[in-house]
Design a protein around this ligand. Structure first.
Ligand SMILES: N[C@@H](CC(=O)O)C(=O)O
Length: 474
């Protein structure tokens, strides 16, 4: 039998004592303590959040090196280590559960330790020799969890928006507009209170959705402007203890260049560290979007309902067999998934609101949950809208005959007679039609209320469903 290699360890020490750390790992003693303390969800930090923290550490290493606060070789080694992680290396070394120490100290130390150990190797030294490159004294020079983590939530939010949600929204708007044009001439019954209403065009339904998403895009972009004002440089309580006087300005400028966004130090670093309002604002805009996405996904399901016993005004593309028992069934699964994701986003938003009001004195320690919920909300909403667009919206087909048949049979068509025969006469016509099954047209003629010619002009569904030109979209 071949012998299994025995695991090797290095000994690391902190203020609480010594611990054996597997020699191949890049995290250190404080990370290991956190892993042992928080076996809660098994959910590891989001990749975008790791990116945000590492980008901040790269910027702080550059700033502190340039300001002669840490030695040049150490600054350069930290920057190289950060670049390696940003390029995809060592990603399995970020191991602390999402539910962890208040403020995010555990994840923050995880980042500091991994960078420190990789920097040591780059300098030709051994992992764990923190006298040479220390997670606290070098990687974390002039910083605290209390100013790094609120900054990381800002950067992570901006990165996630740019990568997922904003492009997804823009593609969804384009797809909806294209369907709006395709379905422009299809007349369908409007429905209000889930009852017959006056006719609309199927294309206008899609055009309205495109406009709704455009308006949400603006709301989200406006709210995300709040994320560009940074408390970094405040260190532990906003006073900037242990930082170089030029540091907060310099690090904001470096970060701006690294992520290509106009970042600046907040006018009051203490305020920027204590208040979670910018995150509540962005999360609120996400909840707002999610609420309208639920409405749209429910409408898609309703209009697609059937095929034999529902409305079936549109056909959503089948993407997988729907049922484990009912053969030939295709369910509106992309829309169903969309609703569930939106409910999760609303739940995340509620938790963010609770976290945001739970700050005390100089710090809000609930930041780890805010970080996870906000960035995850942005990413799952972005992925959802993308998938819904490409796997559903772009391939929707209209059932024009069905749409028209419902529109022609709608009792609400009598509304167009109001100005000719009066509301009460029109109501009586509608009532008789419902009771007898006779058409509105026939009853109006039988009652001698209008001529056939006038009736044809008034009951013109195309005209009734046309939008005023003033509300055409730009
Ligand atoms: N969150 C820590 C500070 C830090 O980790 O930098 C505290 O205020 O106790």
């Amino acid at each position: 039998m071949t012998e299994q290699p025995t695991a090797t360890y290095r000994t690391e020490s902190d203020s609480m004592g010594d611990k054996q750390i597997p020699s191949n790992v890049y995290y250190g003693i404080q990370t290991l303590r956190a892993v042992e303390n928080f076996p809660i969800s098994g959910i590891k930090p989001l990749s975008t959040y790791v990116d945000a923290c590492v980008i901040i550490k790269k910027a702080t290493a550059i700033a502190n090196g340039a300001l002669d606060c840490i030695p040049q070789d150490i600054s350069q080694a930290i920057v190289q280590a950060a670049d390696e992680i940003l390029a995809g290396k060592l990603r399995d070394q970020f191991v602390v559960d999402v539910y962890q120490a208040g403020a995010g100290t555990s994840h923050h130390m995880n980042v500091n330790e991994v960078l420190s150990n990789r920097a040591l190797e780059i300098l030709g030294d051994e992992k764990g020799n923190y006298k040479r490159v220390s997670p606290n004294d070098h990687v974390n020079y002039g910083q605290s969890t209390n100013d790094v983590i609120p900054t990381a939530i800002r950067i992570g939010g901006l990165l996630a928006l740019e990568k997922t949600l904003l492009p997804a929204l823009s593609n969804a708007v384009a797809a909806l507009e294209s369907k709006a044009t395709e379905f422009q001439d299809i007349v369908k019954s409007g429905r209000t209170h889930m009852q017959d209403a006056v006719p609309v065009r199927l294309g206008e339904t899609f055009r309205a959705w495109a406009q709704i998403l455009r308006e949400h895009t603006v709301r989200i972009e406006t709210a995300s402007g709040d994320l560009t004002s940074l408390g970094l440089g405040g260190s532990a309580v906003g006073t900037g203890l242990n930082t170089h006087p030029e540091y907060s300005q310099k690090v904001a400028q470096i970060l701006s260049e690294l992520i290509d966004k106009p970042l600046k130090p907040a006018p009051n670093l203490m305020a920027a560290m204590q208040s979670m309002a910018p995150f509540v604002n962005v999360s609120g805009a996400l909840r707002n979007l999610a609420q309208d996405c639920v409405k749209m996904s429910h409408d898609l399901r309703l209009m697609d309902s059937g095929p034999k016993t529902g409305l079936k005004e549109i056909q959503l593309p089948p993407v997988q067999p729907g049922s484990s028992i009912m053969p030939g069934k295709y369910n509106p699964v992309m829309a169903e998934m969309t609703s569930m994701v939106c409910f999760q986003v609303m739940g995340y938003d509620s938790a963010i609101a609770l976290c945001a009001q739970a700050g005390q004195l100089e710090l809000n320690v609930m930041m780890p949950l805010i970080a996870y919920n906000l960035i995850h909300s942005i990413e799952i909403l972005g992925n959802t809208i993308s998938a819904l667009t490409t796997k559903c919206v772009e391939k929707i087909e209209a059932k024009g005959d069905r749409c028209l048949a419902y529109a022609e049979g709608s009792l609400a068509l009598v509304t167009a007679l109001n100005t000719h025969i009066g509301y009460l006469n029109a109501a009586a016509v509608a009532k008789e039609s419902l009771e007898t099954g006779k058409s509105l047209r026939q009853i109006v003629l039988e009652r001698g209320l209008m001529s056939l010619e006038d009736l044809a002009k008034v009951l013109d569904l195309e005209k009734m469903s046309a939008m005023p030109t003033s509300s055409a979209n730009t």
